[in-house]
Design a protein around this ligand. Structure first.
Ligand code: AMP
Length: 214
C-alpha cells in the first residue's frame, strides 16, 4: 500500500497514519517527524529547519525531496508507505512523482482529510505528543488511557509542539491554503484523490479511511 494523506495541520494525518501503520504494518513517513528528529539531534539540517518550522513556514523543496528520497530508500519502505505531511507543494508533488517512477513504486491513492477550520484550531490547541514514543494525543478527545504505557512501560511524557501556539497555527493554515491546497486538484486530475470527512471519533475516521482505500 502506497498512500499520501493530505489535509490541513490538525486534520488528523499523523494520528490516522499511526493507526493505519499499526493495522497494516506499513510505515508512516512523516516529514514533520523527520525534521523534528533532526532538530533534536542538533544536525545541520535540524539547525536550519528549526527557525523555519517555528515560524510556521515550509522548509525548501530541494531539502524535502532529499529527505524523502533517503527515507523511501530504506528497506521497510519496500512494503509500501503512508506519506504524512509530504508533499506540501506542487514542486514536491512533481518531484515525488518522478522519484516513484524511478523506484517503480506508484501511488495507490491520495486521501484528503476534510475538516472545518474551527475544528482544526481546537484540535491543535489540545494536541500533545509523547517525547519518547512520538504518539499523538489530545487532552480532551484522545488522552492516554490509564493502562496505556509508553515503550519503556512508564507513562507517556507529553509535550506541546512549539509550533502549535496560536500565531504559528494561523501562519501554518495560511501556508497550507496557499501552497498545499492546490495539490487537491493536482491529484484529482491524476484520478488518485479520495476525500473523507475527518470530523468524528477516531474509530469513525478509521472506518472512512479504510473504505476510501479498499
Ligand atoms: P507537520 O508535523 O507535518 O505539521 O510539520 C511541521 C513543520 O515541518 C511544518 O510546519 C514545516 O515547517 C515543516 N515541514 C514538514 N513537512 C514539510 C514539507 N513536506 N515541506 C516543507 N516543510 C515541511
Amino acid at each position: 500500500m502506497r498512500l499520501v494523506l493530505l489535509g490541513a495541520p490538525g486534520s488528523g494525518k499523523g494520528t490516522q497514519a499511526q493507526r493505519l501503520q499499526a493495522r497494516r504494518g506499513v510505515p508512516q513517513v512523516s516529514t514533520g517527524d523527520l525534521l523534528r528528529e533532526a532538530v533534536a539531534a542538533g544536525s545541520e539540517l535540524g539547525r536550519a529547519a528549526k527557525a523555519v518550522m517555528d515560524a510556521g513556514q515550509l522548509v525548501d523543496d530541494r531539502t524535502m525531496l532529499g529527505i524523502i528520497r533517503e527515507r523511501l530508500a530504506k528497506p521497510d519502505a519496500k512494503r509500501g508507505f503512508i506519506l504524512d505531511g509530504f508533499p506540501r507543494t506542487l514542486v514536491q508533488a512533481d518531484g515525488l512523482a518522478e522519484l516513484l517512477v524511478a523506484i517503480g513504486q506508484p501511488l495507490d491513492a491520495v486521501v484528503m482529510l476534510d475538516i472545518d477550520p474551527e475544528v482544526l484550531l481546537a484540535r491543535l490547541a489540545g494536541r500533545r505528543s509523547c517525547r519518547r514514543c512520538g504518539r499523538v494525543f489530545h487532552v480532551v478527545s484522545n488522552p492516554p488511557a490509564a493502562q496505556d504505557r509508553c515503550v519503556d512501560g512508564g507513562p507517556h511524557d507529553l509535550f506541546q509542539r512549539p509550533d502549535d501556539n496560536e500565531a504559528t497555527v494561523r501562519e501554518r493554515l495560511a501556508v497550507y491554503r496557499e501552497r498545499t491546497q492546490p495539490l487537491i486538484d493536482y491529484y484529482a486530475r491524476k484520478g488518485l484523490l479520495r476525500r473523507i470527512d475527518a470530523d468524528g471519533s477516531l474509530d469513525e475516521v478509521d472506518d472512512r479511511l479504510e473504505r476510501a482505500i479498499a
